[in-house]
Design a protein around this ligand. Structure first.
Ligand code: NDP
Length: 272
């Protein structure tokens, strides 16, 4: 059973989530989500821009799991940010997912219209349509600007985090801790780009687990909510089998030291 993290709105989020970015819409996403639910994940992370919300919803319904037992996160696309467009975009996501409410709705990016969008998210939260609300790719200045004006603070900030992008994000992680904001770690496997790193390989050999499991375990022990993605049923199960071992302080410190400011996608440091 996946442990849960307490959120600042009184809810609890399963600490391991399954990411579906870049998994093609249709059968590929349905098969991946089905395999993830089979492997024990109870948390799926999608977004309007991933174009696979409908498949996530279908796979969850087809699983036969009791309604409400799988945490579903989706995100407001940049093209829909703004006071007049955000609500319609949310309703379209809800309809594609086939749900009455989502567990977590995020601003996907600190877009220039983020403050007006956040007002809409606060309304959706008050109406119970978005049970928790949060942000993604927000760095310190984005968080501070939002927190100064928000009525409801974000429950979550989803940012890229791995040992290779850790010290570089320390200020953001600290600000989240100060604000009681849970941190979700996206691209926790560096999209596969650093799985051949020798420190990771050495620690994996020491603990008798795989390199991907070491990266996910590092994230869990930091208190983050890692969101690994895979389309391969074996690797989907492997990435969920991370609760029967632990990294010691020396291993954690060796991983922390790998920071090189690696961003594998868009870098929010460029966003004013
Ligand atoms: P990840 O860091 O999760 O890496 C995924 C890659 O790693 C795939 O190529 C996968 O290949 C490979 N992989 C997965 N498991 C293993 C394993 N056990 N051994 C070896 N290789 C493995 O990438 P993402 O960028 O997708 O990040 C994860 C999730 O985070 C996304 O799906 C999305 O939900 C979220 N995200 C959010 C963003 C945001 O802006 N808010 C931006 C980016 C991601 P294979 O499929 O063949 O196994």
């Amino acid at each position: 059973m996946t442990p849960a993290i307490a959120l600042n709105d009184g809810r609890a989020i399963p600490q391991l989530g399954f990411g579906v970015f870049q998994i093609p819409p249709g059968r590929a996403t349905q098969a991946a989500v089905a395999a993830a639910l089979e492997a024990g994940y109870r948390h799926v992370d999608t977004a309007a821009v991933y174009r696979n919300e409908a498949d996530v919803g279908n796979a969850i319904r087809a699983s036969g799991l009791p309604p409400g037992s799988v945490w579903v996160t989706t995100k407001l696309a940049n093209a829909d940010q703004g006071a007049s467009t955000a609500r319609r975009a949310f309703e379209a996501s809800l309809e594609r997912l086939g749900l009455d409410a989502v567990d977590l709705y995020l601003l996907h990016w600190p877009h220039e219209r983020r403050l007006e969008s956040w007002r809409v998210l606060e309304e959706l939260h008050a109406e119970g349509l978005a049970r928790s609300i949060g942000v993604s790719n927000f760095l310190v200045r984005h968080l501070d600007g939002l927190m100064a004006r928000a009525s409801v603070p974000p429950a979550v900030n989803q940012i890229e985090l791995s040992p290779f992008l850790y010290g570089t994000r320390a200020d953001t992680v600290r600000r989240c801790a100060e604000g009681g904001i849970a941190v979700e770690a996206y691209s926790p496997l560096t999209k596969g780009r650093r799985l051949d790193d020798s420190t990771i390989a050495g620690i994996a050999a020491e603990v008798g687990h795989t390199r991907a499991q070491v990266l996910i375990r590092w994230s869990l022990q930091k208190g983050f909510v890692p969101l690994p993605r895979s389309s391969n049923p074996g690797r989907i199960a492997e990435n969920a089998a991370v609760f029967d071992f632990a990294l010691d302080d020396r291993q954690m410190a060796a991983l922390d030291a790998l920071d090189e400011g690696l961003t594998t996608g868009w870098d929010p440091a460029r966003q004013a």
